[in-house]
Design a protein around this ligand. Sequence first.
Ligand code: ADP
Ligand code: MG
Length: 452
Amino acid sequence: MDSVKELWNKMLTGLEIEMSAINFDVWVKPLEPVNIIDDKLVLMASNENICNFVRDKFKEPIQRVMTGINPLLSDIIFIGPSEHDTYKPDAESYPQAAKAEEETPAPKSEVNVINPKYNFENFVVGSSNKFMYAAARAVAEEPGIRYNPLFVYGGAGLGKTHIMHAIGNAIKVSYPTKKVLYVSSETFISEFIASIRATKSESSNFREKYRGADVLMIDDIQFITGRPETQDQMFHTFNELYQANKQLIFSSDRPPKEISDIEERLRSRFEWGLIADVQPPDLETRIAILQKKAQIEKYNIPTEVLTFMAERLSNNIRDMESLLNKVIFLSRLYETEPSIDTVTEALKDYADRSEEAISADSVISCACKYFNVSREDLVGKKKSREIVEPRQICIYVITELLALPLATIGNIFGGRDHTTVMHARDKVAASLSTNIKNKVAVQDIKDMVLKK
Ligand code: ADP
Ligand code: MG
């Protein structure tokens, strides 16, 4: 069974790039690969209506991507659950097709290519991201000249990866000869590790790949913490490219000064150019983003419905997109116009997940209960010991459970400076081995938050 799944996973990688995000998420990703029969891949949809819809609308791209991966396959059979037993794997047809697949070389990983779906045109600009946007535009216009390196940071799902791809796409248009390289930091790390183990010629491939770039983007750089050798390699790559006036772009969930366990000389390199942060979008921007995404899908959703959605989710644009996908899915399924009711139904699924999701807010609520202090006092200015200790412990638990920039935590705690937050965190951390009371408090609050 593995091999049909493997084929399907490779196909998904290609299809995600080819299709619009909503079509991909709603219609293609949920299909289940059932079997390969002769030269045909059997895909199952969750009901007959969806099966017909997908066959009509998406057979062509799915087939094209499949043949690209395995030229021996040429057709697709779409089925509903009622036909599953007829098509499920049997001993005869399956191994033959699996063998055919083995003979074709695996396609090169698509994860690190610039995704044409993410561009400046479909990036909605609001006060929360305008600084990052302007910096990205400037870099795309004159790579290697103005802001080098560009370092963007902010919470998950706020558009960092989108903006990096947008820079890449714009540079490809204005400077078609420039070599633009986008990688996740995981890719950088794993390729580097592979290169150490590899033969000489293979390891010079690594060097050539990274040092031959005109524009190098490394996403989610925070994952290099505690990896001295990779950091060393990145440092040299950085220097070589920088000296040759090549553009470097990094993203992270936090600013350079908050990345722990990283060589000082590399941290200071990150700070040489421009550091741009991105914040969670305000309501107006959230509505505009939903509007844009609906437009891309050519789907008309009344403004009051979009507003209702935007009011319910605020911190992560990826979550907003998935809610929108669900709403469109349900409307198509029931053949109705999207309404507040549709959103409420879509949110049902969501609520289950978001209850599990931890927020700074839920940690604060638990800490208030635990220490029997008011929220106002906990995040406020009072300096008495009875309140300072709980506040510091609460801050510590937040830094432990959530990947929030210290500056954001400072804002939540009445506009305190990030250094105050860092001080609180480090003080509590240092106390834990000797101060049993603190240790128990930290553990109890964590338990309260996680079991909620
Ligand atoms: P991050 O890398 O910061 O975690 P992503 O760039 O992956 O976030 O963004 C998550 C999703 O939200 C993507 O589908 C992206 O297109 C979308 N998105 C984020 N910000 C915007 C924006 N300002 N306008 C339109 N879409 C956005
Ligand atoms: Mg990202």
